[in-house]
Design a binder for this molecule. Structure first.
Ligand code: FES
Ligand SMILES: [Fe+2]
Length: 384
C-alpha cells in the first residue's frame, strides 16, 4: 500500500476517531437466511464459486525448495501443489493416471511422486516418467499420461489454484484479473519474504460464509468482545472499501489516539490499524500487529451447517528463538481464543435459529457495510 493511500486512510480514520463516526452504507440491508441454510445455494456455491474462481491455497514460503509439496482436498477435489526443479509452482489433481490412486499424502519434499499402488512415477512437473513392467503392461503413451494439471499461479508470494482442469490442459491463471486493483495492494505485503509460522485447522457447525461474516463488522466488539478485542480495537468504527468482488476493511486500534497530534510524516498507519481483506470467495487476509494471517474457509460437501477453516499464520522474520516463538504462539492463541470462544459459538447459535425457521432474514445496519457487500456479492455471483 503506497504512502499516499496510507495517509488518506489515516486522515479518514482520525476524523472518525474525533467524532465517533464510522463508514456507513447508504441504507439498511436485509439478507434472507436461506443464504446460510439453503442446500440448493450450497450446491451452487460449489459449482459457481469454489469450482470456478482462483482459490488461495497457501504461500510460496511454505514450499520454498524444488520438490517441496503439499496436498489438499478440502477444496472439493484432491490436489497436489509442488514446486518444480525450475522453481515454478504447479498444481495437479492428486490422482494417478493408471487407476486413480493418490500419488502423494500430506506434505514433504521429493523429486519423484511414485504411486503407492503399482508404482507409476511422476516428476515434479507432472510428467509420467516411469511405468513398472512396461513390456507386460502394453503400449502406453507416457507423454499424454502425466498428472492432470490445474490452472495455478504463484503471484506476490501467494499460491492460487483453480480446481477445475481446462479442456485444453492450459494452466495459466489470471490472478491479476481476478484481484483487479487489489493485486497491486497485495503485492505490497511482500508475502514472498514472510515465513510460515503455523497452520491450525478448525471445524465448526457453521455455514462457511459465517466465518467470513465474523470479520466484517466491528459493531459487535463492545458487546461480544468486551474483554478481549474491545480494549485493543475501537468498537463500531471502520473504513470500508469495496474492491470489485473483494473488499478492504480498516479497523482503528485504540492506540491511534497517539497519532492525532503528530505531523503526517510521522504517522505509522500499520501499527495503529488492523486491516482485513476478503479475497473473494473464501479467504480473509488479515494484517495486524506485525504479522499476516489468512483464514481460508471451505464448506463440507453436502452440508450447509458445517465448515472447515485453515488459520495460516505468517511472520515477517524467521522465528528462531524461544522468545520469538512464545511471542507469536501467544499472539496466535489470543486470535484463536477470541474467535473460537466468542465469535463462533454466537454464529453456531444463529445458524441453529435460522435452520429452525426464525428469524427469516438478517438485518445489516448502515454501520455494517462490508458485511452487506460480501453477502450481496455472493448472491449476485450465484445469480449469473
Ligand atoms: S493406480 Fe497408480 S500405479 Fe496403479
Ligand atoms: Fe468477532
Amino acid at each position: 500500500m503506497d504512502r499516499e493511500l496510507q495517509c488518506s486512510l489515516m486522515r479518514r480514520s482520525l476524523a472518525h476517531l474525533a467524532t465517533g463516526a464510522t463508514d456507513l452504507a447508504t441504507g439498511i440491508h436485509r439478507q434472507p437466511v436461506s443464504t446460510w441454510t439453503s442446500p440448493e445455494q450450497a450446491r451452487r456455491e460449489w459449482d459457481m464459486l469454489f469450482s470456478r474462481y482462483p482459490l488461495l491455497m497457501g504461500m510460496g514460503c511454505q514450499i520454498p525448495r524444488a520438490g517441496d509439496f503439499f496436498t489438499e482436498e478440502r477444496c472439493g477435489v484432491p490436489i497436489l501443489v509442488v514446486r518444480g526443479e525450475d522453481g515454478v509452482v504447479r498444481a495437479f489433481r492428486n490422482a494417478c493416471r493408471h487407476r486413480g490412486a493418490r500419488v502423494a499424502e500430506g506434505q514433504g519434499c521429493r523429486n519423484r511422486f511414485v504411486c503407492p499402488y503399482h508404482g507409476w512415477a511422476y516428476a515434479a512437473d507432472g510428467r509420467l516418467v516411469g511405468v513398472p513392467d512396461k513390456v507386460s503392461f502394453g503400449p502406453i503413451d507416457q507423454a499424454s499420461h502425466g498428472l492432470i494439471a490445474l490452472p495455478c499461479e504463484e503471484r506476490h508470494g501467494m499460491i492460487w489454484v483453480s480446481v477445475t482442469p481446462r479442456q485444453d490442459g492450459a494452466t495459466a491463471l489470471d490472478v491479476a484479473g481476478h484481484l483487479g486493483p487489489l493485486d497491486a495492494e497485495l503485492a505490497g505485503y511482500r508475502m514472498a519474504d514472510h515465513h510460515h509460522f503455523e497452520t491450525r485447522v478448525i471445524q465448526r457447525k457453521m455455514n462457511w460464509k459465517m466465518v467470513i461474516d465474523t470479520f466484517l463488522e466491528p459493531y459487535h466488539f463492545a458487546v461480544l468482545h468486551r474483554t478481549t478485542v474491545a480494549p485493543l480495537l475501537v468498537p463500531n468504527m471502520c473504513l470500508f472499501e469495496p474492491i470489485g468482488m473483494h473488499l478492504r476493511e480498516v479497523l482503528p486500534r485504540r492506540s491511534l489516539e497517539t497519532q492525532k497530534d503528530l505531523p503526517e510524516a510521522d504517522w505509522d498507519f500499520f501499527k495503529h490499524h488492523t486491516l482485513v481483506y476478503v479475497l473473494f470467495p473464501n479467504t480473509v487476509f488479515v494484517c495486524q500487529t506485525g504479522h499476516i494471517e489468512t483464514w481460508r474457509v471451505f464448506p463440507i460437501p453436502g452440508k450447509v451447517d458445517e465448515c472447515v477453516m485453515y488459520l495460516d499464520f505468517y511472520t515477517p522474520d524467521p522465528v528462531e528463538t524461544e522468545k520469538a516463538r512464545l511471542h507469536w504462539e501467544r499472539n496466535l492463541d489470543l486470535t484463536i481464543r477470541t474467535v473460537d470462544e466468542e465469535d463462533f459459538p454466537a454464529s453456531e447459535g444463529m445458524l441453529r435459529n435460522f435452520l429452525a425457521g426464525a428469524p427469516q432474514e438478517a438485518v445489516f445496519g448502515r454501520n455494517e457495510p462490508a458485511l452487506a457487500h460480501f453477502e450481496r456479492t455472493i448472491t449476485e455471483r450465484l445469480a449469473l
